[in-house]
Design a protein around this ligand. Structure first.
Ligand SMILES: Cc1cc2nc3c(=O)[nH]c(=O)nc-3n(C[C@H](O)[C@H](O)[C@H](O)COP(=O)(O)OP(=O)(O)OC[C@H]3O[C@@H](n4cnc5c(N)ncnc54)[C@H](O)[C@@H]3O)c2cc1C
Length: 329
C-alpha cells in the first residue's frame, strides 16, 4: 500500500512529468510505451495485428492546463485517426477527457471530443473514453451521453472499485464498455479499498454486461479473472463476437498471444508519445513487480538521478502535505 501511494504520488507530480518529457523514453518505459510518434506506433500496431491482435491507441497526455495544450492534443488525435485509417491497420482510439480540456471548460472539452468522434465515425472507428479519477467520473459520463445522441461509435470504462459501478453499468448497458478494476487512489467514501471486494465486484460487473450488454471488453492481466470468464462464456453460450480481452502493451505478452491464438478477440492498449511519465508511474503503483522494468536500467547514471529526484520530490510533497494538515488542525 505504501509503495502504491508512493507511485501514485509520483504520477501526480507535474514537475517530474515535464522533466520526463524532455528526458525521452527512459526508466524502462520504452517496454510499455510503443514509441514517441505516429509512424513508430503504426509500426507497433502492425506487428500486433500480424498476431491477430487488434489495438486501442492512447496518445499520452497529462496535466493539460491551457486551451492551447488541449487543442494541440485534439489535433494530434485527429492526425492519429487519419493515420490509422490511411495505413489500414486494425486499431481504434482511447482518450482521456482531461487531455481535451475537461478541467478547463466542459463545453470546450465537449466540442473537442465531438470533433474527434465525428472524424472517427466517418471511418467507422470506435472511440473509448478512458475513465480517470472520481472527480471526473460523472462529467465523463455526461460527455458520453451528449455524444451518443448523434454518434454510436463511442463507449467508456466502468471501474469496479467504485460503489456506484453497478448502477452505472445498468444505465450504460447498451454501450460498448471496458470493465477494469480501477487505477487511481480513491477514498473509502466512494470506493472499495479491499482487493477481495474489488475483485468480487469486477466479476459481477463483467458477468452482468456479458449477459445483458452490447459488447464487453474485459481489461485485466489477472489470469484468475480471465479463466473465470472463459468458463462463464462457455456455460452461458455467449459467442466470441460479444466480448474481448484487453491488456496493456508490454504486459504478459505470452498470455496476450495465447488468448489470441485460442481464438478470443483480443485488443492491446497501446500508449505512445513523450508524455509517458504519469502512465508509467500508475503501472508501477498497480504492480510494484513492474519495477523490474526499471531495475534493468538502474546502472544508467541519468536514471539514478531521475529516481533520486522522484524520491526527493515525493518526500518533499509528503512533508508539505503534513505541514498543511498541521496548519488546518
Ligand atoms: C486495457 C486496459 C485499459 C485500462 N483502462 C483503465 C481506465 O480507463 N481507467 C482506470 O482507472 N484503469 C484502467 N486500467 C487499469 C486497471 O484499472 C487496473 O488498475 C490494472 O489493470 C491492474 O489490475 P489487473 O486487473 O490487471 O490485475 P491486478 O489486480 O493488478 O493483478 C491481479 C493478479 O494478476 C496477476 N498479474 C497482474 N499483472 C501481471 C503481470 N504483469 N505479470 C504476471 N502476472 C500478473 C498477478 O497474479 C496479480 O496478483 C486499464 C487496464 C487495462 C488492462
Amino acid at each position: 500500500m505504501v509503495l502504491r501511494d508512493f507511485f501514485i504520488g509520483l504520477s501526480q507530480n507535474e514537475l517530474l512529468n515535464s522533466a520526463a518529457k524532455r528526458y525521452g523514453l527512459k526508466l524502462g518505459a520504452q517496454s510499455v510505451v510503443a514509441g514517441t510518434n505516429i509512424p513508430e506506433v503504426i509500426e507497433s500496431i502492425r506487428e500486433l495485428n500480424a498476431h491477430g491482435i487488434s489495438c486501442t491507441v492512447d496518445n499520452l497526455g497529462e496535466f493539460v492546463n491551457s486551451r492551447e495544450e488541449a487543442t494541440e492534443a485534439k489535433n494530434q488525435i485527429l492526425e492519429l485517426i487519419d493515420a490509422i485509417h490511411e495505413s489500414g491497420v486494425d486499431a481504434h482510439i482511447s482518450l482521456k477527457p482531461s487531455q481535451l480540456g475537461l478541467d478547463i471548460d466542459r463545453e470546450f472539452c465537449h466540442d473537442n471530443l465531438r470533433e474527434i468522434v465525428a472524424r472517427a465515425y466517418e471511418y467507422n472507428m470506435h472511440i473509448n473514453i478512458d475513465m480517470e479519477d472520481y472527480a471526473r467520473l460523472q462529467p465523463s459520463f455526461d460527455l458520453l451521453e451528449a455524444l451518443s445522441q448523434d454518434y454510436n461509435n463511442v463507449g467508456t470504462v466502468i471501474q469496479a472499485y467504485f460503489f456506484r459501478a453497478e448502477e452505472d453499468i445498468k444505465k450504460f448497458k447498451d454501450y460498448r464498455l471496458r470493465i477494469v478494476k480501477g487505477a487511481y487512489k480513491e477514498p473509502a467514501e466512494v470506493a472499495y479499498q479491499d482487493k477481495a471486494d474489488i475483485d468480487q465486484n469486477f466479476i459481477q460487473l463483467i458477468e452482468y454486461h456479458l449477459l445483458n450488454g452490447k459488447f464487453t471488453s474485459i481489461a485485466t492481466h489477472d489470469h484468475n479473472v480471465i479463466n473465470h470468464v472463459k468458463q462463464f462464456v462457455k456455460n452461458n453460450n455467449i459467442p466470441n463476437e460479444k466480448f474481448e480481452f484487453q491488456m496493456l502493451y508490454g504486459f504478459r505478452k505470452d498470455l496476450q498471444l495465447e488468448l489470441a491464438r485460442e481464438g478470443y478477440n483480443f485488443t492491446t492498449y497501446v500508449p505512445f508519445g513523450n508524455d509517458w511519465y504519469g502512465y508509467f508511474m500508475r503501472r508501477l503503483a498497480e504492480r510494484p513487480q513492474n519495477l523490474n522494468l526499471v531495475v534493468k536500467q538502474v546502472f544508467n547514471k541519468k536514471t539514478n538521478t531521475m529516481i533520486g529526484l522522484a524520491a526527493g520530490a515525493f518526500l518533499a510533497g509528503r512533508l508539505t502535505k503534513r505541514n498543511k494538515n498541521n496548519y488546518r488542525r
